[in-house]
Design a protein around this ligand. Structure first.
Ligand code: ATP
Ligand code: MG
Length: 169
């Protein structure tokens, strides 16, 4: 219940922020870095003293307004998972949140942790979080990838380049 309320609270705050961003950038794409910084900061505060948060958020990651909330929710969900599935539960969790533009001009968003990584059957699991991340990535116009290694899990979302705002009909 507390987790559901926390998810709702985070979404309401994110929506309020998006409204502020839309007012600041009317009719334009919205820079992602400020939004993701706030989302990651709030997610880290749900486990005070347990998270070492590293953020590398490039300034040239503007996306369509419709993509902002889904991308923030992905960061929040992936951080919740990093904290929930760390082993041992009491361990400090290192989480890196990044966004950048790659050489194909795609906006990339990544959340990487230093936990145990996914169990072999986890990515096909029917639980909510990973499914939600896949759906949110599609909603943002891209796709999610889960890269699991011995050093942890990387959740990577890539959004292909799109025509400039105004070119949408
Ligand atoms: N960062 C992570 N590190 C290690 N295992 C993970 C991580 N994220 C997910 N998993 C594994 O993948 C499974 C599916 O994750 P998912 O988020 O879908 O479900 P959940 O976190 O168990 O429950 P919820 O529906 O509340 O999100 C988890 O049960 C866990 O075993
Ligand atoms: Mg989860």
């Amino acid at each position: 219940m507390a987790q559901i309320l926390e998810r709702l609270r985070a979404q309401v705050l994110a929506m309020a922020e998006l409204h502020r961003a839309l007012a600041l950038h009317p009719g334009q794409d919205i820079p992602l870095s400020d939004h993701l910084r706030r989302v990651a900061g709030s997610a880290a505060l749900t486990s005070p003293g347990r998270v070492l948060l590293h953020q590398e958020l490039a300034d040239d990651c503007a996306v369509r307004p419709e993509a902002v909330l889904p991308l923030g929710q992905i960061v929040s969900e992936a951080m919740t998972n990093a904290l929930k599935h760390a082993k041992p539960r009491s361990a400090m969790v290192q989480i890196a949140v990044r966004c950048w533009r790659d050489d194909l001009n795609r906006v990339c968003v990544e959340v990487a942790d230093n936990g145990p990584g996914l169990a072999p059957d986890a990515a096909s699991s029917n639980s909510l979080g990973l499914r939600l991340i896949r759906q949110l990535a599609r909603k943002a116009g891209g796709a999610a990838e889960f890269v699991s290694t011995k050093t942890g899990l990387r959740v990577l979302v890539r959004i292909p380049r799109h025509p400039p705002s105004g070119a949408w009909s």
